[in-house]
Design a protein around this ligand. Structure first.
Ligand code: OSB
Ligand code: MG
Length: 371
C-alpha cells in the first residue's frame, strides 16, 4: 500500500440530548476524522477520544497532536504492505490507543475499498445482523429515565444499560426493575466506586442485572478480583482492557466474566480481533462498546461486531439517537427487532457524505511525507 497523505479534520456536532456519566456531561462532540489517501482511494476512520480526559487520558486535542506529530509521520516514513502492519509499527508510541485506532481503522477501510470487499469479510466477520442495546446517561429525574427506557424498548432495542454513580444507583435500578421486571438490564459505573462501596454494589445483585460494567478504577485489577468474588452479578471490564494481554490476565485472575471491546480503547481492528479471540478461547462473551461516535466510527463498530464472539447486544445504535444528521449515507438504522444489518458494500459499507462533513468541519490539516 502506498500511502500518499493523511488528512486530519476536526468536526463539531451537538448531541440531540446531553449524555451524562459518572465523570461528566457531554453536549457537543468534537471529533477528529482521519482520511487516508492512496492512489485515488480514500479510507475513513474516527478518533473516539472524548473532548476531555476523564474517560481515559486521551482528548480531542491530544489525539490531534499525537496523530499529526508522531503517528502519521511514522506511517508515512514506513513501508506498509497490509493493515496488520500498523499496530506493530505504532507500538513504540506508548498509549494513545484512540489516536492510533483512528488511522489504523482508516487504513483497513482503505484496503478493503481497494480490494472492493466489505471490511467485515476481511476481518473474518460471520454475522449478517448485529444485536443492539442502548446506553442511557444519568438524567435529571428517575421519571425521565423511565420514559427514555420505554421509548428505546418500543424502538426494539434488546437491552438497556444505565449509567450509575454514588447516589444514582441502587434506588434507580430498583425503580427500573419495578416498572420493567423482565427486560435485559445492566449498569455502567465508569470507575465511580471503590471497595469501600462493597455494600452498595452487593445490593445490585438483587436486580438480576446482565452485568455491572467497570465499577472500579481502570488500573485496579486486584480489587476487581475481590469484588467479582463478592458479587453474583458478572463484572464487565471496559476501561481496564487496553489490549489482548490485559484481557487474558483479567480473565485468568477472575477480575471479570464479560469484556466490552472498543476499537479506540484497544488501538484498532488488529488488536480488537486479538482481544475477541482471547475471550473466545476462554468462553468469555464480548460486546462492542461505543463512544458517541459519528457515522464513520459507528460503521467501524458495526464491522467489528460481525465477529462470532460478539454474542451480547452492543452499544451500537441508530444515528438518529445521537445526531440530527449523520455524516454517512445511508444513516445507521436499527430494525424493529433491535438489529443492524451488515452492509455488503466495500470498506465500512456506508458512504461518507463529504458535503455534510465539510459543513461541520472546524479545522483541517493535511500531513504529507517529508522530503
Ligand atoms: O463507558 O461505555 C462507556 C460514552 C462515552 C464514554 C464512555 C462510555 C459511553 C457510553 C455510550 O456508554 C455508548 C454509546 O452509545 O456510544
Ligand atoms: Mg463503559
Amino acid at each position: 500500500m502506498k500511502i500518499d497523505q493523511v488528512e486530519l479534520r476536526e468536526i463539531q456536532m451537538p448531541l440531540i440530548s446531553y449524555f451524562e456519566t459518572s465523570f461528566g456531561r457531554t453536549t457537543l462532540r468534537r471529533i477528529i476524522l482521519v482520511r487516508v489517501f492512496s492512489e485515488g482511494v480514500i479510507g475513513y476512520g474516527e478518533a473516539t477520544s472524548p473532548e476531555e480526559p476523564y474517560y481515559n487520558h486521551e482528548s480531542t486535542g491530544t489525539a490531534w497532536h499525537i496523530l499529526r506529530d508522531f503517528i502519521i509521520p511514522k506511517i508515512l516514513r514506513s513501508k506498509v504492505s497490509k493493515p496488520d502492519d500498523i499496530a506493530p509499527l505504532l507500538k513504540p508510541i506508548r498509549g494513545h490507543n484512540m489516536a492510533k485506532a483512528s488511522v489504523e481503522t482508516a487504513i483497513w477501510d482503505l484496503y478493503s475499498r481497494q480490494l472492493q470487499k466489505p471490511l467485515h469479510q476481511l476481518i473474518g466477520g460471520q454475522r449478517r445482523f448485529i444485536d443492539c442495546g442502548v446506553s442511557l446517561g444519568i438524567q435529571e429525574t428517575v421519571a425521565e429515565l423511565l420514559r427514555k427506557i420505554e421509548t428505546e424498548l418500543k424502538a426494539g432495542y434488546q437491552r438497556i444499560k444505565v449509567k450509575i454513580k454514588p447516589g444514582w444507583d441502587v434506588e434507580i435500578v430498583k425503580q427500573i426493575r419495578q416498572k420493567f421486571p423482565a427486560i435485559v438490564l445492566m449498569c455502567d459505573a465508569n470507575s465511580a466506586y471503590t471497595l469501600k462501596d462493597l455494600d452498595t454494589l452487593r445490593r445490585l445483585d438483587e436486580f438480576k442485572l446482565l452485568m455491572v460494567e467497570q465499577p472500579l478504577a481502570w488500573n485496579d485489577m486486584l480489587d476487581h478480583i475481590k469484588l467479582q468474588k463478592a458479587l453474583q452479578t458478572p463484572i464487565c471490564l471496559d476501561e481496564s482492557i487496553l489490549d489482548a494481554e490485559d484481557a487474558r490476565k483479567a480473565i485468568e485472575a477472575g477480575a471479570c466474566k464479560i469484556i466490552n471491546i472498543k476499537l479506540g480503547r484497544v488501538g484498532g481492528h488488529t488488536e480488537a480481533k486479538k482481544v475477541h479471540d482471547v475471550c473466545k478461547a476462554h468462553s468469555i462473551p464480548v460486546w462492542c462498546g461505543g463512544m458517541l461516535e459519528s457515522g464513520i466510527g459507528r460503521a467501524q463498530n458495526i464491522t467489528l461486531s460481525s465477529l462470532q464472539n460478539f454474542v451480547l447486544p452492543g452499544d451500537v445504535s441508530a444515528s438518529r439517537r445521537y445526531f440530527r444528521r449523520d455524516l454517512i449515507d445511508p444513516e445507521v438504522e436499527v430494525d424493529s427487532q433491535g438489529r443492524i444489518r451488515l452492509p455488503e458494500e466495500a470498506g465500512i459499507g456506508f458512504q461518507p457524505n463529504i458535503r455534510r462533513i465539510e459543513e461541520v468541519t472546524v479545522r483541517t490539516e493535511m500531513v504529507r511525507p517529508s522530503m
